[in-house]
Write a protein that binds this ligand. Sequence first.
Ligand code: UD1
Ligand code: MG
Length: 457
Amino acid sequence: HDVDGQPSFPALQASVGFALLAFVGVVWLVPKVSEAFIQKGLKGRDLLKRGGRISGPWIPESLGLPCASWYLALMMLFIPFPFSHLFKSQSPSGPESFPQRELTLYLSSLLSLLTATLLGFIDDLFDIRWRHKLPIPIVAAVPTLLVYYSVGGVTSVVLPKGFSGWLDTLSLARWLDGNVVDLGPIYYLYLILLPTFTTNSINILAGINGVEVLQALIIALSVLINDLLFLPIWSPALLDLLGFENPQNGRVLDWAIGEVVDRHLMSCYFMLPLVGVCTGFLWHNWYPAKAFPGDTFCYFTGMAFSAVAIQGHFSKTLILFFLPQIFNFILSCPQLFGLVECPRHRLPSYDEKTNLLNPSLVVFESPPPLKTTIVLEILSFLRLVKLEYHQSPNPKSSTDKKYIKSSTNLTIINFLLVHFGPMREDRLCMLVGFVQVIGSCIAFTIRYKVGSWFYGG
Ligand code: UD1
Ligand code: MG
């Protein structure tokens, strides 16, 4: 607290400074190291440009590595700041009074981030098969999870009103404490899978300039806004306006508790510089891209989100900020799990004449198996893909029936192209960004409006 008794957050102000440093550093660093990356063979063609596939210029790949390195360096230099009040306090601050717990949380998050960066870079170097890369983030998340456990991590969830009464009648109430249910190991299973999801789901919503970085930026901003809501810095009038002050139930958010504030502060310290890094890198990755993020960037940002959400106890809120990624993942499942062929690249197809992007197709040489046909027909009925049929030249012959000749690739990017028509690459990226923003608005509504109808009171 400062002299007027108003709460003050000097480390948060320092963190804003670090975010600026992160931005400036990445804007400066990326072009400096680009040539070296190309020379080491870390390069790719920009597939969606005129002549890109064959004769286009080489674009440096895996530039997530300098981004992650710079971010980690800043986060290490930042470590003393949240504890700075201890250094200047007059009272004897021995090892006992040092907040070891917070330091451990901070360090384990850094360790998970470091591991994720290393593994992402290995993936960039050796192109690990995607089946094999799935479990990788689990390893990287172990330090974070163990610390979560050691500080008495919560494994219970609150059930909607009425649901507990329903369980009661099924005599399952012994699992319940009020309307709180303890999921125990199942909750840990969810937490183990969370980093696998956040890292890979960003990596597969990819293929057009800027899209990986833009989605990471919007998710980081959403997490940051959510964190700021928990800090006691807002005037009651503003909270009233936003509908966060509920006359019947009091505040919807439990601010007053110091521990909750601390957790969200910690998340801010990680998210502010991440926003800086993403904005700085978008500078170079925006259409027409001068640098590609590589899997390093996707792993590193994805892990940052999981780490703060696990440590900050808001993993369920985090998953709400991934609505477009959840949609993209579910839509991708038939291709990821081999029901429909999955080409190396599922990015849209480029039309040289118009300079626009069209949905890309997966083409069937022979009639696809029945289960593939059923899945594609369902997706087509839901208007998620567009199918084309092979018409037999002789409709009377029973051996030569109509069958699916091609389907659009099962990604949200192709889905948007099917519905909004051909588009230029940068406009398509903006559209994906817009969808992500809408997703975050829905997430906030679910978390703070719908959620309080169900759980509150
Ligand atoms: C994921 C996607 C793949 C998509 C690829 C593009 C799945 C299962 N995998 O694979 O469908 O094609 O990302 O990143 O959905 N590239 C561009 N323009 C861009 C970004 C990338 O042309 O804006 C090309 C470049 O040639 C670059 C390559 O994609 O070298 C990078 O692909 P990589 O990130 O290694 O692909 P994956 O993550 O394995
Ligand atoms: Mg990738």
